[in-house]
Write a protein that binds this ligand. Structure first.
Ligand SMILES: Cc1cc2nc3c(=O)[nH]c(=O)nc-3n(C[C@H](O)[C@H](O)[C@H](O)COP(=O)(O)OP(=O)(O)OC[C@H]3O[C@@H](n4cnc5c(N)ncnc54)[C@H](O)[C@@H]3O)c2cc1C
Ligand SMILES: *[C@@H]1O[C@H](CO)[C@@H](O)[C@H](O)[C@H]1NC(C)=O
Ligand SMILES: *[C@@H]1O[C@H](CO)[C@@H](O)[C@H](O)[C@H]1NC(C)=O
Ligand SMILES: *[C@@H]1O[C@H](CO)[C@@H](O)[C@H](O)[C@H]1NC(C)=O
Ligand SMILES: *[C@@H]1O[C@H](CO)[C@@H](O)[C@H](O)[C@H]1NC(C)=O
Ligand SMILES: *[C@@H]1O[C@H](CO)[C@@H](O)[C@H](O)[C@H]1NC(C)=O
Ligand SMILES: *[C@@H]1O[C@H](CO)[C@@H](O)[C@H](O)[C@H]1NC(C)=O
Ligand SMILES: *[C@@H]1O[C@H](CO)[C@@H](O)[C@H](O)[C@H]1NC(C)=O
Ligand SMILES: *[C@@H]1O[C@H](CO)[C@@H](O)[C@H](O)[C@H]1NC(C)=O
Length: 533
């Protein structure tokens, strides 16, 4: 399995882990006050009580675990939320915000549940979950090349509904269909179209957000500072995004994909070394990522590295071959390595569906196999030498387990957008992004501990090869190893430890905006933006 949204794995089950969950001791008065508060803020025609699940409700556990994608956080020891609310209209979100605030409860908001650290559904303090699964309508307006997307939708649903209306419009976002737009768009959103059109967050043109006072604001009423912050700064620090308006982008009726793999004996190291110099400079219609995995042999000596070059080209094979011949002849790409298809079929392809599956799989919200996993990220600003790669391979092969290393090329439009246009700062000067992604499939005595430790070792090992001061990281590959807090009164200095990595010079502006819109830090989590006056 090469892509982390491939369907090959066994799905693990869940209810067992949840059944004996414990709850933080909650004063019954907080609970009752909350319930009576939401009922007074409810419209009689559409009461919030109909979408409110208490722990005694027989659906509570399955609802809670349904989109817990990372099995590390599906544990009997995890604190349960006091309540789960599944709004069917924005007024439910508004009531939940007002009543949580007035009763000193933390809110965690969940869209697709793909947060790498589970921050959308777990906490150490008394909290409720607002799960946006029912708010996921998508309205595509092909005449104006735009769409309104409710925050509980997945990117697969977005792709599907665009393609349902037009075969020449698309949207630049991530590769796995089950990722939610609530987290993904507010954290950036990198994918196969980014060299041509930038991030998902670069293509947001309006939004509805529920603020700390329970008001619902659009771009005009929230102002440009808050609108800036929620496009890459992480929504959870600023409010609850109810819906996004996105700008659709042109795609040709025919695109071309390839997936060419080479082992070390087949020259993978030299190819990857060369790739670093050209992948960020290619014509912006051409995206070629590189994914390396360890393929284990019977003995360590027989293990090797496989590097997969996976590509989307916005055009036909006839357009692609000369470009590759000119810039990357070493790969030896042939017409028979390439497949022409529609853009929507390419979204299936990159999700690992290469056997003629129907595009209906994009609508399946439980497609993603649940795994135990850990991700980390880096940005590379100087090409890694051949010797550097040889040392990296040695380190990867030596361990009992090693992450996939997913290298996504930047450049093109990514370099044309200013570092300060939105909070995502990793633009010109960066060659590519690295994601280290490791998964495992069982909860052994030390399994999780050992894998997490291994990820730390690899991350340390990689430090000479990647960006420094700060060692940059990508918010959507959230990593609590970079620093965390467990209290609401996080100081700006404490938060800078991770804030500077994710946002570089934009961190300060994020903290200033935070102070304008949520000075008491109601919307907080283990790695949120603190207010700075
Ligand atoms: C299998 C997999 C594949 C991935 N592929 C890619 C990829 O190709 N490209 C890429 O860039 N990233 C990718 N990611 C990372 C992904 O973009 C982030 O994990 C993203 O934040 C997930 O969004 P979500 O809504 O599914 O997650 P959630 O866990 O629901 O939310 C993530 C964070 O956003 C907050 N949030 C969610 N909804 C809202 C809202 N409406 N308002 C305010 N805050 C909100 C949550 O509280 C939490 O802090 C992938 C992750 C996984 C697990
Ligand atoms: C669980 O809560 C939902 C939503 O409020 C409600 O519709 C359902 O009847 C409840 N189920 C039980 C068994 O109480
Ligand atoms: C659009 O969706 C409708 C309803 O799901 C379906 O019947 C129709 O075939 C789809 N059209 C296209 C072009 O995908
Ligand atoms: C790419 O090729 C590798 C190895 O040949 C294979 O394991 C992987 O599933 C392929 N990926 C896609 C998206 O086709
Ligand atoms: C997309 O994939 C489906 C299923 O394999 C196939 O029937 C269809 O012809 C493909 N369309 C294009 C334009 O590639
Ligand atoms: C969604 O995908 C999962 C995993 O492949 C599968 O078990 C489930 O049946 C699918 N659901 C639907 C509605 O097709
Ligand atoms: C980036 O900017 C250069 C110079 O202004 C321009 O030629 C190029 O087309 C731009 N590329 C993208 C993808 O916007
Ligand atoms: C788990 O780790 C502990 C401490 O590192 C060690 O003592 C123990 O032997 C390990 N258990 C197994 C089953 O490997
Ligand atoms: C935050 O509050 C805790 C007590 O709740 C206190 O111990 C800690 O010093 C405070 N931290 C800051 C940065 O103010």
């Amino acid at each position: 399995m090469d892509s982390f949204c491939s369907p090959i794995l066994i799905i693990f089950l869940s209810a067992v882990f949840m059944s004996s969950s414990i709850s933080l001791a909650t004063s019954s008065s907080t609970y009752e006050n909350f319930l009576s508060c939401v009922s007074t803020h409810s419209e009689p025609s559409n009461p919030i009580s109909a979408v409110l699940y208490t722990p005694t409700n027989s659906s509570f556990s399955s609802l809670l675990s349904s989109t817990i994608q990372n099995l590390r956080f599906l544990s009997p020891r995890a604190h349960k939320p006091l309540l789960i609310i599944t709004p069917t209209q924005n007024s439910h979100i508004q009531a939940a915000v007002i009543c949580s605030r007035d009763n000193g409860l933390q809110i965690k908001v969940r869209s697709g549940g793909h947060d790498y650290e589970g921050l959308s559904y777990r906490s150490n303090v008394e909290f409720i979950i607002i799960d946006l699964r029912n708010l996921r309508s998508i309205t595509v307006d092909t005449a104006n090349k735009a769409a309104w997307v409710e925050a509980g939708a997945t990117i697969g649903e977005v792709y599907y509904h665009i393609a349902n209306k037009s075969n020449t419009l698309g949207f630049p976002a991530g590769l796995c269909p089950t990722v939610g737009v609530g987290g993904h768009f507010s954290g950036g959103g990198i994918g196969t179209l980014m060299r041509k059109y930038g991030l998902a967050a670069d293509n947001i043109i309006d939004a509805y957000v529920v603020d700390v006072d329970g008001r619902i604001l659009d771009r005009k009423s929230m102002g440009e500072d808050l609108f800036w912050a929620i496009r890459g700064g992480g929504g959870a620090s600023f409010g609850i995004i109810a819906s996004w308006k996105i700008n659709l982008v042109p795609v040709p009726p025919t695109v071309t994909v390839f997936n060419v793999s080479r082992t070390l004996n087949q020259g993978a190291t030299q190819l990857l070394n060369k790739w670093q110099y050209i992948a960020n400079k290619f014509n912006e219609d051409l995206f070629v990522r590189a994914v390396s995995i360890v393929t284990s042999g019977a003995t360590k000596a027989e293990s090797t590295i496989l590097v997969m070059f996976q590509s989307l080209f916005l055009g036909s094979v006839n357009g692609l071959l000369p470009l590759m011949q000119q810039s990357f002849p070493e790969l030896g790409l042939k017409a028979q390595d390439c497949t022409e298809m529609s853009w929507i079929n390419s979204t299936l392809y990159f999700a690992g569906y290469t056997n003629g599956e129907s595009i209906d799989v994009l609508l399946n919200r439980t497609l993603q196999p649940k795994l135990f996993y850990k991700g980390k990220s880096d940005f590379v600003t100087q090409p890694i030498s051949i010797t550097g790669f040889e040392n990296i391979w040695k380190e990867l092969i030596a361990g009992n387990s090693s992450p996939q290393i997913i290298m996504d090329p930047l450049g093109g439009r990514m370099s044309n957008i200013s570092d300060t246009a939105i909070p995502f700062p990793h633009r010109a000067g960066n060659l590519y992004n690295i994601q280290y992604y490791m998964y495992w499939q069982a909860r052994g005595t030390n399994t999780t501990k050992d894998h997490l430790q291994r990820m730390k070792e690899i991350y340390k090992f990689m430090s000479p090869f990647v960006s420094s001061s700060p060692r940059a990281a990508y918010l959507n590959y959230k990593d609590l190893d970079l620093g965390r807090v467990d209290v609401r009164n996080t100081s700006y200095t404490e938060a800078s430890v991770w804030g500077n990595k994710y946002f570089k010079n934009n961190f300060k502006k994020l903290a200033v905006v935070k102070n304008m819109v949520d000075p008491t830090n109601f919307f907080w989590d283990e790695q949120s933006i603190p207010p700075l006056s």
